[in-house]
Design a protein around this ligand. Structure first.
Ligand code: ATP
Ligand code: MG
Ligand code: MG
Ligand code: MG
Length: 440
């Protein structure tokens, strides 16, 4: 992409309304524009990041066996009356009337709708297990929308819903999602820790929120330092292997890790020696929840067992805040000059900076590098404007592309360009060919 043809409205001033660094940087880097409180347009740079995160979430959901669908944003109130949540949900639900005076709503979540779909087509143990998910916009009329996309009113969520015959297989589905989440957040370059969450009507240990540690987080967190060091790394996961998934669950849930909702000070002190105790703030980026027959009973989603008995199907739901993640990644990865994108979600892999637009040799070298990098499969943002060098560098640092390749007349005379790494700040001079080889 050539910057002269792109749409990258970077701001020089720090917007006064933004209280946290990710919100400030997203506005300054021209990623989002507020449409009204808690509702945003995604500008080209922000949209690229959002799509990349979405793609990783899709891949890891499907790797774990979940099947993509797409349900509507607007729902009828009828199913919600049946589940009892139409009144229970309260003022966070945006309620709408259509022209026939029917009660509709903008979905804050989809348990009712997916249960209705499941029930329409699946009635036997032979249809199980199933896990259906979508990535769709949600609306919650938050009392205090703030922090940009971190607490929006309209936001993009991945929500998956599992259906199983009994408790044991539902726990396997839960463990599949737990492992999928660990993989997803690792690929996003995040340390997200599963923490025990409020478990709802059936109790048990199968409700976890995934939080990343950040000073601006809205939850207080209490944890054993050892859980932060756990990582899947390159571990192969067989999502059908119940024992392996149970072992992963056990490893990640053994150390103490709770939010202020579930924190138990006495237990914290007895389980964790003082030097390993961490008390910090965290951002909720995901939530997994086994709720048993909470929806299948009122909505009468029954399945026949092999013995012919009809039982309510066991369910779980699994959310990831896809749009919140854009802000959360920035909270976790930035410096005083701007964003530092992990390679996996960066809007472009390389920023190519032409230090002397209009100089025939520099222009030619840039065009050649641009073509070769793109041919090698790298996404490149080519700054072909005639801005001065300082402004170009500042923009590149602000938007946080992993690599910056700088081409200027002086370097070219000795046959070199400069390659700089955004994360480490290290730079080296090398020939254009060597730069392409190194990046590609
Ligand atoms: P929170 O505690 O932050 O209000 P929640 O517990 O109400 O979130 P869930 O119902 O668990 O949210 O939804 C799944 C995920 O959707 C959350 O883990 C979070 O990442 C994301 N999410 C929830 N509310 C918002 C919001 N207002 N803006 C952006 N993302 C959100
Ligand atoms: Mg909430
Ligand atoms: Mg929450
Ligand atoms: Mg939650």
């Amino acid at each position: 992409m050539r910057l002269t043809r792109y749409f990258l409205p970077v701001l020089k001033e720090t917007p006064a309304e933004a209280q946290i660094v990710s919100h400030r940087l997203m506005l300054r880097a021209g990623m989002i524009r507020q449409a009204s409180a808690g509702i945003y347009s995604w500008l080209p740079l922000g949209y690229r990041v959002l799509r990349r995160i979405e793609e990783i979430v899709h891949q890891e959901q499907q790797r774990a066996g979940a099947i993509p669908v797409l349900m509507p944003t607007i729902q009828s109130a009828d199913l919600w009356r049946q589940s009892g949540r139409y009144d229970a949900y309260g003022p966070e639900m945006l309620r709408i009337k259509d022209r026939h005076d029917r009660d509709m709503l903008y979905g804050p979540t989809n348990e009712e709708m997916i249960t209705e779909i499941f029930k329409a087509y699946c009635g036997s143990y032979r249809d199980l297990p199933k896990n259906l998910y979508h990535i769709q916009w949600k609306f919650r009329d938050e009392v205090r929308p703030r922090f940009g996309v971190m607490r929006g009113r309209e936001f993009l969520m991945k929500d998956a819903y599992s259906f199983d015959l009994d408790h044991a297989s539902a726990i396997h589905s839960y463990n599949q999602m737990m492992a999928a989440y660990l993989r997803t957040f690792e690929r996003l370059g995040l340390k997200a820790v599963p923490m025990k969450a409020e478990s709802g009507p059936i109790g048990g240990d199968h409700a976890h929120e995934f939080l990343i540690l950040a000073e601006t987080g809205e939850s207080g967190v209490f944890l054993d330092r050892t859980v932060v060091d756990l990582s899947l790394g390159g571990r192969e996961i067989d999502f059908d292997d119940r024992a392996q998934l149970q072992a992963i669950f056990d490893d990640w849930t053994a150390p103490y890790a709770r939010t202020d909702d579930t924190h138990d000070e006495a237990l914290f002190h007895s389980m964790v020696p003082e030097e390993r105790r961490v008390e910090a703030r965290g951002i909720e980026v995901g939530h997994i929840f086994y709720f048993g027959t909470k929806y299948s009973e009122p909505l009468e989603a029954l399945v026949a067992t092999p013995e012919g008995e009809k039982v309510p199907v066991h369910g779980g739901s699994y959310g990831i805040g896809v749009s919140r993640l854009v802000g959360a990644i920035i909270e976790a990865s930035h410096d005083d000059k701007g964003i530092i994108w992990p390679e996996s979600v960066a809007p472009f892999a390389v920023g190519l900076v032409n230090l002397k637009q209009g100089d025939a040799a520099v222009d030619a070298a840039c065009e050649d590098l641009y073509a070769k990098l793109e041919a090698a499969g790298l996404s490149v943002l080519y700054d072909d404007t005639d801005d001065r060098a300082g402004a170009k560098f500042a923009t590149m640092e602000l938007i946080g592309l992993p690599w910056r390749l700088t081409v200027g007349p002086r370097g070219l005379k000795s046959g070199v360009v400069e390659l700089a790494c955004r994360r480490t700040g290290a730079s080296e001079e090398l020939t254009p060919e060597a730069a392409v080889a190194k990046l590609g």
